[in-house]
Design a protein around this ligand. Structure first.
Ligand code: UDP
Length: 243
């Protein structure tokens, strides 16, 4: 078992991408319903004032270090954190492996047509992949029984939920036992990127750890969310000083 690093009260797994993929495979083999989360700085900051989210993350089977901020935080606290495991990249690795392992995948979330476009993209990129269902992420409580039965009857090994943070984590936790899907992962904007409606930062920006800046530039509505970053840095520093 790898070390779990406490960052602002959330235990984040110190795993590489390869280890994360292996853990997901083990969880699927085990067959018990489990939740995998991808923790970026914004999510970790939110968990400091959202106990429900914090408890879900700490009960999750795997919490990967999504984003440069999370890796920085662990290292600043003097802990090992091998590399960044971005949610988008984890999904691509799992999709690559899915035809070999015969894992079926369900895409739940994002605006109407986006998950369908992401499905087509996945089928082009990963021949033989079985995307056994899609459902957009705009619904009311009255729609939930139908959504649950749609997902259950598709019998996926992996459920990807793109409803945004913290809605996706809370939804997956609420219905985990009812759904009985081996692995459910909250994947944020992954389908938007796969569908081509939102671009990922160019590699040089990802390497320079500037993906957050690129996203803010491209979607100015997100710019307000940037204040989370200095707050996160400050809180992590306080944690270090107080420890
Ligand atoms: N979304 C959704 N239902 C909602 C709210 C959001 O399906 O009620 C989708 C939205 O269309 C987008 C994704 O959730 O595809 C959130 O993407 P974002 O990049 O904002 O993710 P975050 O940064 O919150 O992980």
């Amino acid at each position: 078992m790898n070390e779990r690093v406490n960052i602002l009260g959330v235990k984040v797994d110190a795993v590489t991408m390869a280890q994360a993929v292996e853990r997901v495979a083990d969880l699927i083999d085990a067959g018990k319903p489990s939740i995998v989360a991808t923790a970026n700085a914004e999510m970790l900051l939110r968990a400091t004032h959202d106990d429900e989210l914090k408890n879900i993350l700490n009960a999750a089977s795997l919490v990967v270090p999504d984003g440069a901020g999370t890796v920085w935080a662990a290292r600043h606290l003097g802990k090992q954190m091998p590399e960044r495991v971005a949610g988008f990249d984890l999904v691509q690795e799992l999709m690559k492996l899915a035809p070999v392992k015969q894992w079926k995948i369900f895409l739940f979330g994002s605006a109407p047509t986006i998950a369908d476009k992401a499905k087509v993209k996945a089928e082009t990129l990963y021949p033989g992949i079985k995307i056994v269902g899609t459902r957009n992420g705009y619904f009311t409580a009255a729609d939930e029984p139908e959504i649950i039965s749609q997902i259950k009857s598709a019998r996926p090994e992996i459920l990807l939920a793109a409803l945004g943070v913290p809605k996706q984590e809370k939804w997956l936790a609420k219905f985990r036992d009812e759904l009985q899907i081996p692995v459910s992962i909250g994947v944020g904007g992954t389908f938007d990127v796969m569908a081509g409606v939102v671009k990922r930062a160019p590699l040089w920006m990802q390497r320079a750890k500037l993906e957050w800046l690129f996203r803010a530039m491209l979607q100015p509505s997100r710019a307000g969310r940037l204040v989370a970053l200095p707050k996160f840095v400050l809180k992590v520093h306080q944690q270090k000083v107080n420890s």
